[in-house]
Design a protein around this ligand. Structure first.
Ligand SMILES: Cc1cc2nc3c(=O)[nH]c(=O)nc-3n(C[C@H](O)[C@H](O)[C@H](O)COP(=O)(O)OP(=O)(O)OC[C@H]3O[C@@H](n4cnc5c(N)ncnc54)[C@H](O)[C@@H]3O)c2cc1C
Length: 495
């Protein structure tokens, strides 16, 4: 029987869409992510309406809920060399670009049934951290848990990141957490029955200045103490690992072959499926609007689908954590900062490691589909919940990438998007109890590395919550440290 295609760019068939619906992916954004439709060369111009019609026929969604997915610039695939030639005013902060709302999900997508009236633990935020915590609670017998997510799974930073996982960190705490996370990631497919495409091709860091080179050297020695096989490389050794890399202006490079890249989306679906199998409610398109509090405790979590009485509430809202905590009168020191990222047309596999220039925050790797996926920090980016896309970013990124890999100049950018880093004053997370509101727990502030920390941190947090034993992670990274001036600065931040 011949295939009935809906998306010829990405080889997605009618059957694939039906399969997605059967798996519970019923809104257009989720179906796009699960099947890959609309992510190819045409970016949905020829398939979006066909998929919407099919979803209507399958009664997957109310007609008014069949909304187009967020369009991604550039409008047409555009060569990196063309983008690199555009003028950028580096003295001015980014302005304009294509706007993307950060938290507006049409009420029509909201389930009609009310949420459960009570739960022992309510986790706010269905990103990687909230879902991983719920899963780990279930492993320890705590299944009276509800996860509340305002949008579709993958709507936040967890669905927008570069998928990099590395043990090359500047603090012992992060090195150990990342080691444990990567160990758990290696077992994820077996444990969860879903492939997250962990590929350990290493991370190759470059330093352009003496100060950053010294940081790489100092941190490599720390990694070795923790059993992480990071080594400093000469320019020739780095070129053996990535042929064609210019290493322009590089003063030093470090490499750990055990670092790698994963594909983020299946990770969230894996945790969510496992939660649901354990009887945990994962409520998407459900927004937390406030809290009922008395005697220093949260009594109820208020949502746009009803209130939930609870013993414990966990704020795991990534970059939105400050605004959600504020609903309970709690001030977090976190600030959201936009980070932009892009993906090119697919190429034959040629790039083993994720490469990063630590000084500029440039990073790029090759996805399992062959695309070059990469981003770059912008020191002038103001704080704010902004997920818009700018020409300034693609131009700066294209210039920095082709400086290191000139052969990529002819490669076309297919799509760009953005997410928010959840930045704290010391680049370390906010974990554990909230002073003055003892049953509100914090699980946020993971800057640009929460994805890779989630498996290990959530395991520790679930153990701490269910066993009643102490764990230094939840005192070391507690909110109190900001008042007490006991900051835990992490200096291996990309971007
Ligand atoms: C461009 C980019 C690249 C990155 N690259 C990497 C990388 O390579 N490796 C890595 O480890 N990390 C990376 N990160 C960081 C990583 O993505 C985040 O640290 C991580 O995903 C944070 O997970 P989270 O669950 O805390 O937040 P999120 O995934 O943002 O989840 C929070 C959720 O809370 C929901 N929410 C908000 N308000 C409410 C409300 N009122 N009610 C209910 N729900 C609400 C949001 O919709 C959201 O889905 C990157 C981030 C970005 C933006």
């Amino acid at each position: 029987m011949s295939k009935q295609m809906v998306c010829s760019c990405e080889d997605v068939t009618v059957e694939d869409i039906r399969h997605a619906v059967a798996k519970g992916f019923r809104d257009v954004e989720s179906v796009k992510r699960f099947t890959g439709f609309g992510t190819g060369v045409c970016q949905g111009k020829s398939c979006l309406s066909a998929v919407a019609a099919l979803l209507a026929r399958e009664k997957a969604q109310k007609p008014e809920g069949l909304l187009p997915f967020t369009p991604r610039p550039p409008l047409y695939p555009t060569e990196l060399s063309v983008l690199a030639s555009l003028p950028v005013d580096e003295s001015q902060p980014p302005v304009g670009g294509m706007f993307e709302e950060t938290g507006v999900f049409p009420p029509v997508l909201r389930p009609e049934a009310p949420v459960p009236k009570k739960a022992k633990v309510v986790i706010i935020g269905g990103g990687i951290l909230g879902l991983a915590l719920a899963y780990n609670l279930s492993l320890r017998g705590e299944k009276d848990v509800v996860v509340l997510e305002r949008g579709y799974l993958c709507a936040g930073a967890s669905g927008r990141n570069g998928g990099g996982v590395r043990m090359q960190w500047g603090t012992s705490a992060n090195i150990e957490l990342a080691k444990r996370s990567i160990e758990l990631m290696g077992r994820f497919a077996r444990d969860m029955g879903i492939n997250v495409w962990l590929r350990q091709g290493g991370y190759l860091f470059m330093a352009k200045t003496k100060a950053v080179a010294q940081r790489l050297e100092r941190n490599a020695a720390l990694h070795n103490k923790h059993g992480v096989p990071t080594r400093m490389l000469t320019v020739d050794e780095a070129r053996d690992i990535v042929p064609g890399l210019t290493l322009k202006d590089a003063q030093a490079a470090s490499f750990n072959p055990e670092d790698g890249v994963i594909f983020p989306w299946p990770f969230l679906w894996g945790y969510a499926n496992a939660c649901r199998k354990a009887g945990i409610a994962v409520e998407t398109f459900t927004t937390v609007t406030g809290f009922e509090q008395s005697e220093g405790l949260v009594r109820k979590v208020k949502t746009d689908r009803g209130d939930i009485a609870c013993d414990t509430v966990v704020v795991a809202c990534g970059a939105w954590s400050p605004e959600v905590a504020r609903l309970a009168g709690v001030q977090l020191p976190n600030e959201p900062h936009r980070h932009e990222i892009l993906s090119t047309e697919p190429l034959k596999p040629f790039l083993g490691p994720l490469v990063s220039v630590l000084d500029s925050g440039l990073y790029f790797s090759q996805s399992m589909r062959g695309e070059i996926v990469g981003g770059m920090g912008d020191a002038l980016e103001p704080a704010g919940l902004n997920m818009g896309s700018t020409l300034r970013f693609v131009s700066r990124f294209a210039r920095a990438l082709t400086e290191q890999l000139p052969n990529l100049g002819h490669v076309k950018v297919l799509r760009q998007w953005a997410g928010c880093y959840d930045v704290t004053p010391d680049n370390s997370p906010v974990l554990g109890r909230t002073p003055g509101l003892e049953n509100m727990l914090q699980l946020s502030g993971f800057v640009g590395h929460g994805f890779m920390m989630a498996p290990a941190v959530s395991e520790r947090m679930a153990e701490w919550m269910t066993s009643g034993t102490s764990d230094e992670l939840f005192t070391r990274f507690n909110l109190r440290r900001f008042q007490e001036g006991k900051l835990e600065r992490e200096d291996m931040i990309i971007g």
